[in-house]
Design a protein around this ligand. Sequence first.
Ligand SMILES: *[C@@H]1O[C@H](CO)[C@@H](O)[C@H](O)[C@H]1NC(C)=O
Ligand SMILES: [Fe+2]
Length: 434
Amino acid sequence: MRLPEFWLLMILAGVFAGAMEIAHAYDRPPPRQDFAVSVAAYADPTTPQQVHVSLAGENKMRISWITDKHTPPIVNYGTSSGKYEHSATGVISSYEYVTYISGEIHDVVIGPLNPNTVYYYSFATGSSSTPEYSFKTPPAQFPIKFAVSGDLGQTGWTKSTLEHISQSNYDVFLLPGDLAYADRIQPLWDSFGRLVEPLASQRPWMVTQGNHEVEKIPAIHHTPFTAYNARWHMPFEESGSTSNLYYSFEVSGVHVVMLGSYADFGYGSDQIRWLESDLKKVDRRKTPWLVVIVHAPWYNSNYAHQGEKESVDMRVMMEGLLYKARVDLVFAGHVHAYERFNRVYNQETDNCGPMYITIGDGGNREGLASKYKEPQPTISVFREASFGHGELEIVNGSYAKWSWHRNDDDESFESDSVWLKSFASDTTCKANKK
Ligand SMILES: *[C@@H]1O[C@H](CO)[C@@H](O)[C@H](O)[C@H]1NC(C)=O
Ligand SMILES: [Fe+2]
């Protein structure tokens, strides 16, 4: 986290970002509140920062944090504040990107943990002033509530989205790609980590990658996803995947598949083979709900991001697998707006297909995608270019409620909502019960 190179990188990144700018205009409404990212170094270099937690296999949680100076990868934790009956040790890593050297990234898996329980945790930094954090584990059974919002970035709009989400009493956050919008300026990954820490240290944040995570620089930095993979280690090993770019996890009766729009999805690719085997393992008696997250939407009636291969080709490659598996819901980001579709298969309304929802409205600096194709296609039910987030409240094995909340309104206000019935409880579109 050395900062002298910041401006050099800023210029470099600006050139490439400009060259890669997508040829459609976003609207930039005035931010709801002023907000400036902070990349200033902390006075004490052993201060833990950017703390976030994620689910890591059955009853386990991965804890990640960064320090500027070396501290051991040890988490002390327990169910009462200040008393840590348990301790776990993990690993340390760091990465280099052009002239930037990351802080020390700590990665520790803790557990087994009890469901629906608050755990208090702290780090062995050697300093007595090390703060205490806490998270709540998801419930073992329904009901469970997911908050969903993609393309977050780090603006005043993002801050407003995060405030709404923190009021929603959610259990697990699902992020369909495009996190920091660092776009090669590595200190912006650090400021993003600090911005989301109040939420991401308290509930599991499960993310997948978007185009803004690639961060290659021709002839200078060949490896894609360097920062993303180092900072946001998701449970891919635990789900039999060979890549951090696609994985699955199960929580409270829901099987969630995270796909990688920017990993190979062609014929014979690891991702396709992994997806096939992962979907085969789903048992709808154990996990009645099956949800898929991807960055680039397969269905989209906005002018933004039409015709990209991650949307068109990936849909062709994977839609049949999802249909056969009776996926209940597919969430995407990428388009900075909200759109809800019917149940769809092969471009038409189909009662046995997944419901598709675009929720790329987290609030990044590019603004909103507000130009829609007219007339509205019949498969599209509701569309609006406003910043916000969604909530998926799974009531039981049969019913769930989806609602969309705009930042312009109070959190309790639902601009769009719909009840869903799971395929596991449906007799006409039979889902696999092992
Ligand atoms: C599931 O929840 C719905 C909505 O609250 C309710 O009508 C239904 O009876 C519940 N089903 C079961 C099996 O509990
Ligand atoms: Fe994107």
